[in-house]
Design a protein around this ligand. Structure first.
Ligand SMILES: Cc1ncc(COP(=O)(O)O)c(C=O)c1O
Ligand SMILES: [Zn+2]
Length: 392
C-alpha cells in the first residue's frame, strides 16, 4: 500500500470530509483542511526503518503523503536535501549543534518544490489538470515546472516586482504568467477571478490541503537525518506559514506513530521588519493577524501581509514554546554573504534571515548552547543575485 491517507479534517470546526473529491477549504466554515492518515494501522504495519532503506527524496515518505497511486506522482526529484552541521557559524555563536537544512538544492531551487509536487500529484489523481496560483515568486516557478512535467496547464500570478528568475522560469516552463500591481494578496484576488472564469483549480497555499503535506516532509526528513530525533528548535522564515504548519503537523504524526520521542521543536518564526503580521499578532497574544499595511522587504517570500492560516501558525509557535521576531533587510542581505563565507551555502534572503533571528535569540539567552538548532534555508541566492550587486 502506498498512502495511508484517510480523510480531510477541518482545523477550525473539526468537520470531516472525504479525501477522494477535489476540496479546497472546509465546506462548512471555509477554514484550512488537514489531510488525516490512518496512523494506528500505519503504526501496526510499518516500521520506521523502511524509510532509512529507501532511495532519498520526499516520496520515500509515501505512507505519510496523500497520493494513493504511485503512477500519479509528479516528481522532479524533490526532497532529500542535506542537513549540514554549521560548525563555523555555531562556533561564532557559542552553539554546539547548529545545522542548516539546505532546501536550495530542490528542483527550481526552493522548498516550494515539495509542496507543489504533493499538490499537483493529488490534483492529477483527482482528475484536475488546469491550475492557478498566486505566488511571491518561488511557488509559481515550482508550479510551472511541475505542470510542465505532468503535462498540465498552469496560470500563475505574481507581484510585478517579483524576482526576474521567478518570472523567467515560469514563462520558460510554459505557465501563463500574469504580473499584478501590489503584493501576493493582490495576485490572489486576480487569480481567484480567473479561476472562476476559466474553471481552474486554485492551489493557493493552505487553501487546498496538500502543499502543507509536501512541506511536512522537511520535518520528517529532519527527524530521520537526526537519527529519529527532533531538533530543539527550528528557525523558519515565515510568509504564508506553510512550512511551519506542515512540519508541526508532521512531528505530531511521528509522535503518534511512536517513531520519535519527546516534544516537537520550538518554532521560531522570522519575518521582515517591513512585513511582520505574525510577529505582531504573536506578541499581542492575538489569534489572528491584521493585514500588514504597505508590506515591503527584499525577502520576497516574506511579503505576505495577511497569511490565510494565521491562527494555525500562531498555534504552532505557542504550542511549541517558540517565538516570533522581525529582522531588517540590510541584516538579511549581510547574512547571505556571512552564511556563504562560513558554510559554503548560498542562501536566499529569506533563509539568511534565520541567522539574523538566531543571533538575536542567542543575545537574549533564548537558546540553550547544547540543544540542536536548525536554520531552514528555504531557497537559493541564485534567484536574487541583484541583491549582491554592490558586494561583488
Ligand atoms: C524562499 C522563501 N522562503 C520562505 C517563504 C515563506 O514560506 P511559508 O509560506 O512556508 O511561510 C517563501 C514563500 O514564498 C519563499 O519563497
Ligand atoms: Zn470547518
Amino acid at each position: 500500500m502506498f498512502s495511508y491517507v484517510d480523510h480531510l479534517e477541518c482545523t477550525k470546526c473539526g468537520s470531516v470530509h472525504p479525501q477522494s473529491r477535489p476540496t479546497r477549504t472546509c465546506p462548512d466554515c471555509g477554514k484550512v483542511l488537514f489531510a488525516r492518515y490512518d496512523l494506528p494501522r500505519l503504526r501496526r504495519e510499518v516500521d520506521r526503518s523502511v524509510f532509512d532503506s529507501r532511495a532519498s527524496g520526499m516520496w520515500r515518505f509515501s505512507e505519510l503523503l496523500p497520493v494513493r497511486d504511485p503512477d500519479n506522482v509528479v516528481s522532479l526529484g524533490e526532497g532529500g536535501t542535506p542537513l549540514m552541521k554549521a560548525d563555523e557559524l555555531g562556533k561564532a555563536l557559542g552553539l554546539k549543534s547548529l545545522y542548516i537544512k539546505d532546501e536550495s538544492l530542490n528542483p527550481t531551487l526552493s522548498f516550494k518544490a515539495r509542496g507543489v509536487s504533493a499538490a499537483v500529484s493529488v490534483a492529477k489523481e483527482l482528475g484536475l489538470d488546469k491550475y492557478t496560483m498566486p505566488s511571491a515568486g518561488n511557488a509559481a516557478g515550482a508550479l510551472a515546472a511541475y505542470a510542465a512535467r505532468g503535462g498540465m496547464e498552469a496560470h500563475v500570478f505574481m507581484p510585478r516586482d517579483a524576482p526576474f528568475a521567478n518570472r523567467a522560469e515560469s514563462s520558460a516552463m510554459g505557465a501563463r504568467l500574469e504580473l499584478v500591481d501590489g503584493t501576493i494578496a493582490d495576485a490572489g484576488r486576480v487569480s481567484k477571478v480567473v479561476a472562476q472564469e476559466k474553471g481552474l483549480f486554485d492551489l493557493s497555499t493552505l487553501q487546498e490541503p496538500y502543499r502543507a503535506e509536501g512541506k511536512k516532509t522537511m520535518g520528517l526528513e529532519l527527524a530521520m537525518q537526526l537519527g529519529w530525533r527532533m531538533p530543539g528548535a527550528i528557525v523558519y522564515p515565515t510568509g504564508g506559514g506553510t512550512g511551519i504548519i506542515g512540519m508541526w503537523k508532521g512531528f505530531y504524526e511521528l509522535l503518534e506513530l511512536g517513531w520519535v520521542e519527546g516534544k516537537p521543536p520550538r518554532f521560531i518564526a522570522v519575518q521582515a521588519e517591513g512585513c511582520q503580521p505574525v510577529v505582531k499578532a504573536f506578541h499581542e497574544g492575538a489569534d489572528h493577524c491584521e493585514p500588514w499595511p504597505n508590506p515591503h522587504t527584499v525577502g520576497d517570500g516574506l511579503r505576505v501581509p495577511g497569511p490565510f492560516a494565521d491562527y494555525i501558525i500562531l498555534k504552532a509557535i505557542r504550542d511549541t514554546g517558540g517565538t516570533a521576531l522581525a529582522v531588517s533587510d540590510e541584516d538579511m542581505v549581510s547574512a547571505m554573504t556571512e552564511i556563504a563565507k562560513a558554510e559554503g551555502v548560498f542562501a536566499c534572503p529569506e533563509g539568511a534571515a534565520t541567522l539574523v533571528g538566531l543571533k538575536r535569540l542567542v543575545r537574549e539567552g533564548l537558546v540553550d548552547p547544547d540543544e540542536s538548532i536548525v536554520l531552514l534555508n528555504t531557497g537559493s541566492a541564485y534567484k536574487y543575485l541583484d541583491l549582491l550587486k554592490d558586494r561583488v
